[in-house]
Design a protein around this ligand. Structure first.
Ligand code: NDP
Length: 303
């Protein structure tokens, strides 16, 4: 039986980061411009801390300036909104990212919609969501854009392909659907109320899984030869790896797709880890460079 080709997101992201670093070096040399990204973290969520540290490190490695604001978990909403306003009006800051999720005393939508849409490098502001759907220039959410880049690299022209997006969140599922539609795919968005999910999946030339349920998509939901993009990041117990000092089992990361089954059916597939994940931060850097160019009246770099 033939095996799917593995889409190497890690290598893809490394190439993208190299291009970004070159572009940043040129901006510095030709225009004296150093793109700057401000990341705001509220609270001490361990996963969020890992993401924020990685974002800061990779921003600096690309030659850009990284500013991280760490706020306590009980920060009042008003204090966060005032910080965002000050970053909005700071001409040295080109991109602003507020790490989600936020503590429950803070209204996420209000926070996102307080960010200047031109500095909204996550592409989550209501104005940018609208721009994406009507086909206007806008910062594009980092994870779905990473998926799109890998799909185009794997398949080429996506016109007329049947695409199934599993999940309808504002940060992955919906923008993914908008991007695939803009590439002239025939798009179905499935979710927890979708009837006959297996049949819908089996119709898809492109299957993007973003549900957050470990290994939910089995091999027999996949159309032979389809391209499968697995966005899910789920930590599960891995007793085969042994136990930690406190006696709890070691863990491992898996996606929303049963990789071992899917790899025997699909034409190409992203692994977890090493697929979609690395592309997300690379696209955050890309969005920051593009935002810096637009704010300074320069053409978008070719990234
Ligand atoms: P959300 O929880 O916001 O959305 C999950 C979606 O999946 C919802 O639309 C939900 O449907 C749907 N869903 C849940 N259960 C089922 C089911 N049994 N059948 C069909 N649909 C179902 O998740 P996110 O979009 O934020 O994230 C999805 C996954 O992607 C997570 O594992 C997350 O960790 C990962 N992720 C990875 C990133 C990366 O960089 N690689 C970045 C962002 C997320 P409904 O709307 O009906 O409730």
């Amino acid at each position: 039986m033939s095996q799917a080709s593995i889409i190497d997101g890690k290598a893809f992201a490394a190439r993208l980061r190299e291009k970004i670093a070159t572009s940043v070096a040129l901006l510095k040399k030709d225009h004296g411009l150093t793109p700057a990204l401000a990341v705001v973290l509220v609270g001490e969520d361990p996963a969020s801390q890992v993401y924020v540290n990685a974002k800061g490190k990779q921003t600096e490695e690309a030659g850009m300036e990284s500013i991280t604001h760490r706020l306590s978990p009980d920060t009042p909403e008003l204090e966060l909104l005032e910080l965002i306003e000050s970053l909005n009006s700071d001409p040295k800051i080109n991109g602003i990212l507020v790490q989600l999720p936020l503590p429950e005393q803070i209204d996420e939508t209000k926070v996102i919609d307080t960010i200047d849409p031109e500095k909204d490098v996550d592409g989550f502001h209501t104005i940018n969501v609208g721009r994406l759907w009507v086909g206007q220039v806008a910062p594009v959410p980092c994870t779905p854009y990473g998926c799109l880049l890998m799909l185009k690299d794997t398949i080429g022209d996506l016109t007329g392909k049947r695409a199934l997006v599993l999940g309808r969140s504002n940060i992955v599922g919906k923008p993914m659907a908008a991007l695939l539609l803009a590439e002239h795919c025939t798009v179905t968005i499935a979710h927890s109320r979708t009837k006959d999910l297996q049949a819908r999946c089996l119709e898809a030339d492109i299957l993007v899984a973003a549900v957050g349920r470990p290994q939910m998509v089995p091999g027999d939901w996949i159309k032979p030869g389809a391209t499968v993009i697995d966005v899910g990041i789920n930590r599960i117990d891995a007793p085969e790896k042994g136990v930690n000092e406190d006696g709890t089992p070691k863990t491992r990361l898996v996606g929303d797709v049963n990789f071992d089954e899917a790899v025997k059916v699909a034409g190409a597939i992203t692994p977890v880890p090493g697929g979609v994940g690395p592309m997300t931060i690379a696209n955050l850097l890309r969005n920051t460079v593009i935002a810096a160019c637009r704010q300074n009246g320069l053409d978008d770099p070719d990234l």
